[in-house]
Design a protein. Structure first.
Length: 196
């Protein structure tokens, strides 16, 4: 895929993105993919809200990628695994692996994220989802790698200069579009996806 020729969050052309990834995607050993700019690793990236608050996390030095140590993030997600059928199933797996919650929310695809200005971003393409906790408690599962809690918009804005680049771009996009009607977005029901 290489450089898709744009920077930031795009909200146009979302129809069929998940199907395209499921149909055309292929798995490359991560040790190769992390160094190969000719392919982009598509990563589901969830911004979890609770009303007006955003789930804000901070990475510790125990995490595997030193490029992200001590950085703040508003994105829950990660690399797809060979057993993931598609983007939504990968996101549901990441939800279960990264967060402690007794529910799976409805995930809504709201954009695609690209940033070739950093080493990390140059080999990844984000599929940006949003979901709402609806007042239900959410915690971090791997507390040695992350800390996290819901924060107000102003609390998130106060650390934007210490965020991972993706989180910075997504926060600015969501902040700029706050109050605007959502773009045509694709919803994936958490409960329906689990067969409930």
């Amino acid at each position: 895929m290489g450089d898709p020729g744009w920077h930031g969050v795009r909200t146009d052309g979302l129809d069929g993105v998940a199907d395209l990834v499921a149909r055309e995607g292929r798995f490359i050993p991560r040790s190769v993919a992390e160094l190969d700019r000719s392919s982009k690793q598509v990563v589901p990236y969830l911004v979890l809200r609770d009303g007006d608050r955003i789930f804000l996390m901070r990475r510790t030095r125990a995490g595997g990628d030193a490029r992200l140590h001590d950085r703040y993030s508003i994105g829950v997600g990660g690399h797809l695994n060979p057993g993931d059928v598609d983007l939504p199933s990968g996101l549901r797996r990441e939800w279960r692996e990264e967060l402690e919650a007794d529910f799976t929310p409805d995930f809504r695809l709201v954009g695609l994220l690209n940033d070739d200005t950093t080493e990390v971003g140059s080999v990844h393409l984000g599929a940006v989802y949003v979901a709402d906790a609806g007042g239900r408690p959410v915690g971090i599962r791997e507390t040695h790698k992350l800390s996290g809690a819901f924060a107000t918009r102003d609390e998130v804005a106060a650390v934007v200069d210490r965020m991972e680049t993706w989180s910075h771009l997504v926060f600015e996009h969501l902040d700029a579009t706050a109050g605007s009607p959502p773009p045509d977005a694709l919803a994936v029901s958490g409960d329906m996806a689990r067969g409930i």
